[in-house]
Design a protein around this ligand. Structure first.
Ligand code: DGJ
Length: 728
């Protein structure tokens, strides 16, 4: 087996170069990934990705002639059996390569494609050198390839972290020739899967108010491309897919992928006739396309891959660990209980209403009071006001800082909503800098929700946004910012300036703001869940899944999002039933108050409701639910998450303490169909040898609770909140 060393047990990521085989072995105790340099042509052969293997195994794999020896990228050896016929297919097969450079006989979906001004489109990339860096908590391998003729260098980067079983990959392209080059495709990585069939794919689909719905489909022959072209990761789903062979939560191999990027993206899957499959993922072609000047360098976002040999449950744990340890390590604990003004007051903000809501929010236990859209000058509706980030003196005669002090007297901190990438046509910023807007006059210079998008690809726009939002934070003393984005970017005009996309520009802006205001907590939002992805979570602690707050819809969306996004990164609100709700006439929201709370407790609990309308009984019930949440929120934040199976339609989630001493289980179900009323639930993740106290039940072993399960008692409810503690 691989020698993982005898150092600290936490240190187990390794990258090894095996000289005798010209091969690389990367991995942790949980997985191995291997590839080799083809001695004949200097191309990179993919060898393996799966459960951990030894360097000897890699030597065996590197010597296997398979497809490569028969059909190298340079020649088709007609003496090999079947060569003539195989030569009509992509050569080499895409699933045997580390990078698929368009050109020659590579007919499969490429990783990279460039064109020169004289119309040549094709690259032949050959090995130049490699470097392995040993950092304190991760190892990095960089392999440099080059096309001598085109003057194009490509670096493939691989990172393995000690604290995570995700493999991180990306590429960088350099034009060191003398002429500009059109880059028409620059994906972050191609990922090869072992030849096998039938494969299935799990991915998300959806729309505004219908985000994160799960789709399971067979991987069919040919090419399937998922993605977003809106300039955000979008409502159709976060850039994540899983490829598997009929895996369940607890069994089967799963290869899953995500892109840490918050702009337009694409993930293509391709199944070949002989069962080989590969996945190509990166920024969408429209957003990546650019002219690379001589001497220029183009970098791609991180493409992440995870291998699980124990179904979707382990897959989820790998992603949650990676996000918690590597992507968003600035854990904000405890998770705040927040109130948000949007579903109560929308744009009708006035001081008296806000103070009334604040007083009642404090009574039920809110710790943070977020004033959503409408607090700044001119914002009485969505026609005006964006771009002028000054508090409306009619609403806040004592200034925002004065209002913050009023909240402080109630024991709450202030949060503010902003949408800094936007301006309305009546704003000074638009009048003074029309050249800052995406699109150009007469060419896709369109408003959407009555607003333009400021081009964060431009350094001066980034500086302006930093200045505006810094001032808002400094003058208000707010502790929390909700950063919204309520429209797509136009296609048709160049969406990237030199090497920076709008999404890259956003990351730069947020990094500066975070370093200027290190105590502020940031939450993403984009017309609901348009920016719930691993790109935005590298700059913000929390994100927003959807504006759909219906308890049952929300619970299903959480089940989808939970595959890759940890619960501690997701914010949810308890909202009012439809008749009291000014925001959406499409939400059903028929669930009881308790069920609405239970659904929203699967993350950062928020309330966005007109609390002035709540009866004393409702206020008391809400206060008791908030107190309950505060008692177990450490488990929501840092417990091991499991999706449980339930004997009726619905979802059930368990959050188990790392030492398995306690757990909380939340079930949102429709138990009344077909005359059923008492669904059965089996737990997961407990210590089988320990005994647990669950509600009024006599203590029983973790084994029984997991193997046999138990009946959820009650005919009147659609949700259950259960806490378990190890009995002493
Ligand atoms: C869209 C968001 O998803 C809502 O929650 C709210 O903040 C509105 N924008 C405000 O305009």
């Amino acid at each position: 087996m691989v020698d993982f060393g005898s150092g600290s047990p936490a240190v187990f990521a390794r990258i090894v170069y095996i000289d005798s085989a010209n091969a690389y072995l990367l991995g942790t105790r949980d997985f191995s990934y291997a590839f080799a340099i083809d001695p004949a042509g200097g191309h990179l052969k993919h060898l393996y990705w799966g459960a951990a293997i030894s360097p000897d195994d890699v030597i065996t794999l590197a010597a296997d002639p398979a497809d490569w020896a028969m059909n190298t990228p340079d020649t088709i050896d007609m003496r090999k059996p079947g060569a003539l016929w195989r030569g009509f297919e992509s050569v080499p097969r895409a699933f045997t390569e580390e990078i698929i450079a368009q050109g020659g006989f590579r007919f499969d979906e490429p990783t990279i494609a460039v064109e020169t001004a004289d119309g040549r489109a094709g690259l032949i990339l050959r090995f130049v050198k490699h470097v392995i860096h040993d950092h304190a908590d991760h190892r990095q391998l960089t392999v440099a390839l080059r096309d001598e003729f085109a003057g194009i260098g490509v670096e493939l980067h691989y990172v393995v972290h000690d604290a995570s079983s995700v493999l991180t990959r990306w590429i960088e392209i350099t034009n060191d020739g003398g002429r500009p080059v059109h880059v028409t495709r620059a994906a972050s990585a191609s990922w090869a899967l072992p030849a096998s069939r039938p494969y299935s794919v799990r991915n998300f689909f959806g729309h505004v108010q219908g985000e994160f719905q799960i789709e399971d489909v067979p991987l069919v022959h040919g090419l399937r491309r998922l993605g977003s072209r809106t300039g955000t990761s979008g409502h159709r789903g976060t850039p994540w897919i899983a490829v598997h062979e009929g895996a369940t939560e607890q069994a089967g191999e799963v290869w899953s992928f995500s892109l840490a990027y918050s702009g337009s993206w694409q993930i293509s899957t391709q199944l070949s006739d002989d069962g080989g499959a590969h996945v190509v993922m990166g920024v969408s072609d429209e957003e990546m396309r650019c002219i690379l000047a001589p001497g220029a360098r183009l970098s791609t976002p991180r493409s992440l891959g995870a291998y699980s040999d124990i179904g979707f449950d382990k897959t989820t744990d790998i992603w949650h660990t990676h996000v918690r340890e590597i992507i968003t390590p600035r854990a904000h604990r405890p998770l705040p209980v927040m109130y948000n003004s949007w579903f109560a007051l929308q744009f009708a903000l006035d001081r008296v209403s806000l103070i009334e809501q604040a007083g009642r929010a404090a009574k039920i236990g809110a710790e943070l009071f977020v004033i959503d859209d409408g607090w700044f000058i001119g914002r009485k509706d969505d026609l005006h006001g964006l771009g002028r980030w000054r508090p409306d003196p009619d609403i806040f005669p004592e200034g925002m800082d004065g209002f913050r002090r009023t909240l402080g007297d109630l024991g709450m901190q202030l949060g503010l909503w902003v949408e800094p990438e936007m301006c309305t046509p009546d704003s000074d910023v638009f009048r003074e800098h029309p050249e800052w807007i995406h699109g150009s006059p007469g060419r896709f210079w369109q408003t959407h929700r009555h607003q333009f998008v400021l081009n964060l690809g431009l350094a001066e726009v980034r500086d302006w946004v930093v200045e505006q939002i810094s001032r808002v934070v400094d003058e208000s003393g707010c502790a929390y910012i909700v950063w919204d984005m309520n429209r797509p970017l136009p296609l048709g005009e160049a969406v990237r300036t030199t090497e920076t996309t709008h999404a890259d520009g956003l990351t730069q802006v947020l990094n500066v703001l975070r370093s200027k205001h290190p105590t502020v907590v940031w939450q993403a939002c984009s017309g609901g869940g348009g920016r719930a992805d691993l790109g935005i979570l590298s700059s913000m602690e929390f994100t927003w899944v959807s504006d759909n707050t219906d308890a049952h819809d929300r619970a299903n969306m959480i089940a989808g999002a939970s595959h890759v996004l940890p619960m501690a990164t997701l914010a949810h609100w308890v909202t009012d039933p439809q008749e009291l709700n000014p925001v959406s006439d499409r939400l059903q929201q028929t669930a009881s108050l308790a069920t609405r709370f239970h659904a929203s407790m699967n993350g950062v609990l928020g309330i966005s409701a007109d609390l002035r309308q709540w009866s004393d009984d409702q206020m008391a019930e809400a206060a008791s639910l908030v107190t309950q949440y505060k008692g177990f929120r450490h488990l929501i934040a840092d417990g091991r998450f499991h999706r449980l199976s339930l004997s009726c339609p619905g979802v059930a989630f368990a959050y188990v303490a790392p030492d398995r001493s306690e757990a909380v289980v939340i079930v949102i179900a429709n138990p009344f169909g077909y005359g059923e009323s008492n669904p059965r639930l089996r737990l997961r993740g407990l210590d089988p040898e320990e005994r647990y106290v669950l509600g009024d039940l006599p203590a029983q072993s973790g084994r029984l609770l997991m193997q046999r399960g138990f009946v959820l008692d009650g005919t009147q409810t659609a949700s259950w909140l259960l806490t378990l503690a190890r009995s002493r």
